[in-house]
Design a protein around this ligand. Structure first.
Ligand code: HPA
Length: 262
């Protein structure tokens, strides 16, 4: 079985109930990943887990070395990634605790190294019309049905630079653009994975109402508490996903570089 990578965001620094078989320190041409990669067995699947912000949550979203993180996963032979992230809910009807399997992205990040192709390796334009692996999305949604965890099957994720939270007007504008949820780390993770021909999908946990939706001040404590409350569900969903995932990839992610070079 090929390896699956899990990148855990705020509040998810390990997969609940799993034991770490080994830790792997990986070096990359782009510098150091956020932490050592944890090799864990979940059911019969070997999973490579990386805490995105470091195990002590000491790396803010705009300082994460996304290229090193993704390169390291590729080096460890990961073919598919499931990212787990906390998001703010923009769309009416989305409430803290809801889980969204997003299908689209709007990228508002500004300062990040967002490609492996700076010219030396040639000029590459990957197709990103469908930013998340459609096969992985289907598998996640099927797993959710089997274990009866309600999932929102679609959603547009807007990636912001952070680390500050948004203004109420920004959130209103993002809503007009078609964004359903907002987060700080989904890009360039998704496009870097595509450049490495790795399937990438995401489980988004709505941790708070985005700015302006309530009179209350947004707090980090609220985000962490929502993530903590979801860990059991996330683990169940991941475990079932790993159980039903087919060995062979049938999507086009594995051929992303074909017809992408100038
Ligand atoms: N905005 C941006 N990122 C987030 C939020 C938010 O409201 N909640 C969790 N991550």
């Amino acid at each position: 079985m090929s390896r699956i990578g899990v990148i855990g965001g705020s509040g998810l620094y390990k997969i609940k109930g799993s034991t770490i078989k080994s830790k792997k320190k990986v070096t990359t041409p782009f510098g150091s990943p956020s932490d050592e990669y944890r090799i864990v067995d979940i059911g019969k699947t070997e999973v490579v887990f990386l805490p995105r912000h470091g195990a002590q949550h000491n790396i803010p979203p705009h300082m994460i070395n996304y290229r090193a993180n993704l390169w390291g996963l590729k080096k460890l032979k990961v073919e598919r990634i499931i990212s787990v992230s906390a998001v703010g809910g923009i769309k009416k009807g989305l409430n803290p605790g809801d889980i969204v399997i997003a299908d689209q992205i709007i990228d508002m990040t500004r300062t990040r190294k967002s490609t492996f192709y700076d010219g030396k390796e040639g000029v590459v334009h990957i197709d990103f019309s469908e930013p998340y692996c459609p096969e992985m999305r289907r598998i996640l949604l099927t797993a959710g049905k089997i274990v009866r965890i309600p999932l929102k099957g679609r959603g547009t994720y807007i990636a912001v630079e952070g680390p500050r939270l948004e203004t109420a007007s920004e959130i209103r504008a993002f809503g007009c653009l078609g964004a359903d949820v907002v987060g700080m780390t989904g890009m360039p993770e998704a496009s870097l994975a595509r450049e490495l021909e790795i399937c990438y999908s995401t489980i988004l946990v709505v941790a708070n109402y985005a700015a302006g939706a309530t009179k209350n001040k947004l707090t980090v404590a609220e985000v962490m508490a929502a993530m903590k409350a979801s860990t059991e569900k996330i683990k169940t969903l991941l475990k079932e996903t790993f159980r039903i995932i087919p060995e062979e990839r049938k999507c086009s992610c594995k051929d992303a570089l074909k017809e992408a070079r100038v």
